[in-house]
Design a protein around this ligand. Structure first.
Ligand SMILES: [Zn+2]
Length: 414
């Protein structure tokens, strides 16, 4: 029988050996005909080498066997949606419900939305905020439950958030509560005409204090004056902008403010699911009439936005109940309606959106040192942009979450 001391030595040696083996875990090698790196570069016949959660190398020689032979597929970075409401869902009766259900029901609906979003190739989303985002964000970050990385504003600020001093205090509280971003409503909903609602002083307090706290700001603004007021208050990003004109687009470009128009998912989803929303709050016939008109306004606006030099267009959908998992439709419609170049649309949905969240050194680009967040598409999106809706392989942080045969694509989980 070995002595206690001997036992201890054996256990210690075994632990050291396991640690060494773990550290030298075999890399995963993914080979594909085409790789788009997210910054505009195209690599042909290349292999991405993943070690642990990160990309270790990208090899353009064919040497070495692939763990995943993705053949003629196209690999792009995991896509990013900077504006998705994971907590929105239809209720048990199939209708949208204004009142939340039990906490357990709510978090499970959010989790389902997170799952379908990841399966659609979106490995990071930013949520304009609800309280249970924090639990979902932290649960997914533990690495067991599948979902995209989540950034959240937890709550929102609007014209009823108080005096400038009270607003500053609310921003400081958001920082303490772990918010990643501050969401602000500077204008009414497009269903109510989209006019500026917060005063210039309220906006300056919100965006000024957020900056002082090291927090970014994303501002819901539809009308030109609400966009201008937000930009002039030093806010970082404008959401929606259905009524944005040349002058407000030029102002955002000039001040380096990110613009997140939503032209391909949200209104189409409301109109497709009209019967499920109708009768709740401003989801009335008048509101739907505004949204119907919004389609044409969006189509005109996105053409101007794409054509505006130096305007930093990021990819956000404003996905609500019914829209989760269809996020990539936004990319398709930016190209179709806005005449955006397919490669620019890919860059927008990957490295540029990462930059808008100060994550440009971590995600959104396929290069050594970056998180291994990547998806494979059935087709080449530079020649057929609808390939972004045919996601057949998803890896996030070096872990494979989806691998189906080409031809399946979105049909596999709808
Ligand atoms: Zn929204």
């Amino acid at each position: 029988m070995p002595s206690m001391r001997m036992k201890f030595i054996l256990i210690a040696a075994f632990a050291a050996l396991s640690a060494a083996l773990f550290a030298q875990e075999q890399p995963i090698r993914l080979h594909a005909a085409t790789i788009l790196d997210g910054t505009g570069k195209v690599l042909r016949n290349a292999t991405i080498v993943v070690q642990g959660s990160k990309i270790a190398a990208i090899e353009t020689s064919t040497a070495g066997t692939a763990s995943y032979e993705l053949g003629r597929l196209t690999i792009i970075p995991g896509m990013i949606d900077v504006h998705s409401h994971l907590g929105w869902h239809f209720g048990k009766d199939g209708h949208y419900q204004a009142r939340p259900g039990t906490p357990a029901e709510e978090i499970l609906y959010s989790a389902e939305n997170a799952y379908v979003t990841l399966m659609a190739g979106f490995t990071t989303i930013q949520s304009p905020g609800q309280a249970n985002d924090v639990d979902l964000r932290d649960a997914i970050a533990r690495g067991v439950f599948p979902g995209p990385r989540i950034l959240t504003s937890i709550r929102q600020l609007n014209e009823r958030s108080g005096t400038p001093d009270e607003i500053r205090e609310k921003v400081r509280q958001l920082k303490k509560d772990g918010a990643d971003v501050v969401k602000i409503f500077a204008s009414a909903s497009i269903r109510d005409g989209g006019k500026q609602t917060m005063t210039d002083e309220q906006l300056q307090a919100a965006c000024g204090e957020a900056k002082a706290q090291g927090l970014r700001t994303m501002v819901h603004a539809h009308s030109p004056e609400s966009i201008a007021a937000s930009v002039n208050a030093g806010c970082n990003q404008i959401e929606h902008g259905v009524l944005a004109d040349e002058a407000s687009l030029a102002l955002m470009a000039e001040k380096g403010v990110y613009f997140d128009p939503n032209v391909g998912v949200v209104l189409q989803n409301y109109l497709r699911n009209k019967a499920k929303f109708l009768g709740v709050g401003n989801y009335n016939e008048e509101g739907f009439a505004y949204m119907q008109k919004g389609l044409a306004l969006n189509a005109a606006m996105i053409k101007k936005a794409v054509a505006m030099p130096n305007l930093k267009l990021v990819l956000g959908t404003d996905a609500v109940a019914g829209a989760h998992g269809r996020n990539a439709d936004e990319i398709v419609e930016r190209v179709k309606q806005g005449n955006q170049k397919p490669m620019d649309a890919i860059v927008s949905a990957t490295s540029l959106s990462a930059r808008s969240m100060n994550l440009e050194k971590t995600i959104g680009t396929l290069a050594p040192g970056y998180e291994a967040d990547l998806v494979a598409l059935d087709g080449d999106p530079t020649s057929d942009i609808t390939a972004v809706t045919r996601v057949v392989f998803v890896m996030k942080g070096g872990k494979v979450y989806k691998h189906v045969a080409p031809g399946g694509g979105r049909g596999t989980h709808e």
